[in-house]
Design a protein around this ligand. Sequence first.
Ligand SMILES: [Zn+2]
Length: 161
Amino acid sequence: MEYAVEYRKGERWNQNPDRLYKYMECRLCGQFSPVSEDTTSTVCHECVMEMTDPPEINRRGNTGKPSGWHFMKEFVDRNGNVYHKGVEQPKLKGTLPPTKIEKKKRLSKKEMAARKRKWKARKSDFGSGTLWKYAQTVGPAYLGAPTHPGKKKEVKDYSEI
Ligand SMILES: [Zn+2]
C-alpha cells in the first residue's frame, strides 16, 4: 500500500522554515503528519492516542502486597495465600501467618538534605575499554537517549508510533 506523501515548508516551532519536510497520510485517518525521509507508512499521534489505553493507575497498596513481594523467597498475604518468589503455593494456603509488612519510613527534609550532602558520584571501575567507550556515547535518559547510531537507515519512524 502506498500512502500519499506531501512536501511542506517547515512551519512548526522545531522545523526550519527554509526546508521542505516530508508529510505522509496517516494509514488510519488520512491526516498528514511529518515523517522521516524513508518512512513508508505512519500512524498520526491522534490515532496512536486512541489506540492506547490511559496510563494504568497504580493500585499498589490496595492489594495489601508490598512492593517487591514477587521477589521475596516466601510471602504470605493477608488471606493466607503463600507465594514463593511470586508463585502461589496453593497447598500451603492458610498454614503460615501473613508476612508482616514494615512500612518504609519517609525521610524528613532534613534527613534528605543531609544524605544529599554526603552523596558522592561513584567512581567508575572502567577507565578504558568497551564499557568506557560506551559510557562516552550515552547520556541521561531524560535527555532522550542521545545515542542512536544507524537511525538514518531505519525504515520505520519510531518517533511516529
Ligand atoms: Zn490518524
